[in-house]
Write a protein that binds this ligand. Sequence first.
Ligand SMILES: Cc1cc2nc3c(=O)[nH]c(=O)nc-3n(C[C@H](O)[C@H](O)[C@H](O)COP(=O)(O)OP(=O)(O)OC[C@H]3O[C@@H](n4cnc5c(N)ncnc54)[C@H](O)[C@@H]3O)c2cc1C
Length: 414
Amino acid sequence: MARAPDCVLVIGAGIVGLGVAHALSRSGRTVVVADANAPGSGASAGNAGAISSGSVAPLALPGVLKSARKMLLDPESPLHVPLAYLPQASPWLWRFVRAAGIERVNGIAAALAGLLRGSLAAHQRIAAEVGCAERIVAGGQLHCYPDQAALARDAFSWALKRAHGQKTEEVAGAAIRDLEPAVAARYTRALFLPDEAWVDGPQEYARAIAAALAARGARFVGAGVDALARRGDDWEARTAAGTLTARQVVLAAGAWSGRLLAPLGIRVPLETQRGYHVELGAPGIRLRRQVVLADRKVFVTPMGAALRAAGTVEFGGLERPMTEARARLIGRHLRAGLDGLAAGEERLWMGHRPCMPDSMPVIGPASGAPGLFCAFGHGHLGLTGAARTGELLARLLGGGDAPELAPFSIARFA
Ligand SMILES: Cc1cc2nc3c(=O)[nH]c(=O)nc-3n(C[C@H](O)[C@H](O)[C@H](O)COP(=O)(O)OP(=O)(O)OC[C@H]3O[C@@H](n4cnc5c(N)ncnc54)[C@H](O)[C@@H]3O)c2cc1C
């Protein structure tokens, strides 16, 4: 492929790759996006849609070992590690536990706040530019707990988020049902987060970004990149549709990103946390805000006329098929958590959250590989973080400064 001098190759058309491509194209760069799959069809298709700008607490918090052990012994818990996969997951899990020290946790929260602050406005800008402003719904999140003791168990995480500007309003008893009549009576305590929002149709949003990019001249190559190699000052990306050449490449292949880095001698502790959703096409109720069944870690999101319940963390790698029982479990939690749901078909979905052990994505130059940039590992917050990742990375590729990205360097794993 002939290369325009300012051309950037973006590998991966998930929401992160599209966020980056959008920002690059906006700054006047020529963009080529390579992905064997249609835009927004990886993890970005079936997520809970939350734009959780204030969600700066990492997953590994002080005391994680104790709470994880408890969860692993409970078949109804949101965490599942199949025994056969444990040896493979162990090095990652060990790093995860080590990231839970108080100083590290405070550092991670500060870094995530720097990245995620302004995410809602950034998504609103993108959505308006690509003609789907109505998909960003600034309706807030209602996190529901069965009792004060359950809420108190998350006190550390809420305090951390509040310290970084998260607004929370306490709601109790009948006032919960005044806000959302369908929330079951078993929930007696809640926190309402007025500043959070959601994307009504994350896959449709991704497609709208891709369509706008194509209309502005970006080229979509419907083939994955099989290998990357450096040739002089350029990168060559081998695909089934031929070789693509670019001076700058952004690797945004989600949970698959490590596969292209390993042959270059760059190793990253990237693990998939498989997540699930259950969607009811005709739920029979209507929520006005996103409801989080916090004790079950299930996000329930209105998606058009449908209702999507998403959650669960399952280890097990990229190749195994979905474990239908995990999705059905979310369905049971949904029906126990909300009243008045209609019977009917439950559409099941599984996707791969690209997760680093410190809950922080990798964004910025790849060590020892000039012109190659990383944008992966956004874990549970890839939709939220995609817009700001794009803005900041485009600035960096254009030769500008993005100090907010320093903590996300790949060098932290060297
Ligand atoms: C159940 C669930 C709920 C979630 N809820 C939320 C939420 O509410 N809010 C939030 O912010 N985040 C949420 N997330 C996380 C979020 O969905 C992810 O972090 C985000 O989608 C990751 O985007 P991505 O573009 O990095 O990866 P993906 O969307 O997975 O895209 C990666 C793309 O790379 C392509 N690819 C792979 N290999 C290659 C290759 N060799 N060459 C070219 N292309 C390649 C794939 O085909 C894919 O299209 C959730 C995730 C799950 C699973």
